[in-house]
Write a protein that binds this ligand. Structure first.
Ligand SMILES: NC(=O)C1=CN([C@@H]2O[C@H](COP(=O)(O)OP(=O)(O)OC[C@H]3O[C@@H](n4cnc5c(N)ncnc54)[C@H](O)[C@@H]3O)[C@@H](O)[C@H]2O)C=CC1
Ligand SMILES: O=C1O[C@H](CO)[C@@H](O)[C@@H]1O
Length: 325
């Protein structure tokens, strides 16, 4: 690896032959920050990032679309140079076509490079605003188990055959048993599994090994510790940033990129987004040290377990457990 290698130089060939850039800008942004999304997307693309991760659920697709249109119209970038991912949310589990159509309309795109099933879960009903988002009832219970979760993956596969909307098909938050079932029942191995992963989430190691055995690429989310940026101030991360003269953002991204995983990273600050592209040349020993620290002190930031068995045992979400059976 030369000293001027950048995380932008890394990409992965998916099991369907398509190539995915190893670094993506994440866009799961709180509503009060949606207006900042176009500038973040523009900053990312201007910094050389070619991969944008979004989802119907995030409500940010029209803001992404605005930025893309501006850059494409100005001749700064071509659509085919970008890799854009969307996802189908569990409340739309049996309406993948509706979901993807809306995502296409909002982004103004003609196709997505990757469409993921967001969770191996199905929700019933709508929220208090009438939206199929997180449909908690008046007692604060989220009713899930509306149908067979695999229906969503099957519908996305079918849509790829019937339309020109989708290049690659994948899943998110699937554990080993979900992946096995998806492969057995459809014969289509997901191109990626997008999961929470960082050095403090040691319980993903088995899943990652299984994915590798099936040639499923791993996309890591919450690489900075999600919305609370919980990993940014960790002394061990700072230590490696200081050792290599880089930033904590660069260390946390490089941990994945150097391990052949895709890192999804979010910020609305252009200077930080530029730091995402800097590679920290972590050695095998550095990575082992990070892994060891995580095994000793594990942490999961996204606690929407919804009974899908991701291994997080310490969080009480308001769901009706009975309905998941
Ligand atoms: N498939 C799924 O279920 C999920 C997918 N995702 C995807 O992954 C992306 C990344 O994950 P996120 O949860 O957004 O979190 P993240 O781990 O990328 O952290 C984002 C937060 O860190 C802050 N931050 C970044 N650098 C910082 C610094 N140097 N100092 C202080 N704060 C800093 C940002 O302002 C933001 O609040 C999402 O945006 C989304 O695209 C995220 C969660 C779940
Ligand atoms: O993608 C997602 O983002 C939210 C929170 O960041 C999470 O619930 C969902 O899976």
């Amino acid at each position: 690896m030369s000293s001027n290698t950048s995380s932008l130089d890394y990409s992965i060939k998916l099991n369907d032959g398509n190539v995915i850039p190893s670094l993506a800008l994440g866009t799961a942004t709180p509503p009060e920050e949606h207006e900042a999304v176009p500038e973040a997307v523009k900053a990312a693309i201007r910094a050389g990032i070619r991969h944008i991760d979004t989802a119907w659920y995030y409500g940010t697709e029209k803001y992404i679309g605005k930025a893309l249109k501006e850059l494409i119209d100005a001749g700064e970038i071509k659509r085919e140079e970008l890799f854009i991912t969307t996802k189908v949310w569990p409340a739309l589990w049996d309406r993948a076509e509706t979901s993807i159509k809306k995502s296409l309309e909002d982004t103004g795109l003609e196709y997505f490079d990757l469409v993921l099933q967001h969770w191996p879960q199905t929700f019933k009903g709508t929220d208090k605003n009438g939206l199929p988002s997180r449909p908690y009832d008046e007692n604060g219970i989220l009713h899930f188990g509306a149908g067979d979760y695999l229906e969503t993956y099957k519908q996305i596969i079918d849509l790829r055959k019937r339309t020109n909307w989708i290049k690659s098909v994948g899943v998110s938050n699937f554990h080993i048993h979900h992946l096995k079932r998806a492969i057995e029942e459809t014969g289509v191995v997901p191109a990626v599994d997008q999961i929470e992963h960082h050095y403090r989430l040691a319980d993903q190691i088995g899943l990652i090994e299984y994915a590798k055995s099936q040639n499923i690429a791993i996309e890591a989310y919450a690489v900075f510790g999600s919305s609370i940026a919980g990993l940014i101030d960790e002394p061990i991360v700072k230590k490696f940033a200081d050792k290599y003269g880089t930033t904590v953002n660069s260390v946390l991204i490089s941990y994945h990129v150097l391990n052949n995983r895709i890192a999804l990273a979010r910020s609305k600050t252009p200077e930080r987004i530029e730091d995402f592209t800097v590679l920290t040349p972590l050695t095998k020993d550095d990575i082992e040290e990070l892994d060891k620290a995580g095994i000793e002190n594990p942490k999961r930031y996204i606690t929407d377990d919804w009974g899908v068995g991701l291994g997080f045992k310490h969080w009480k979400t308001k769901y009706s457990w009975e309905e998941s059976k």
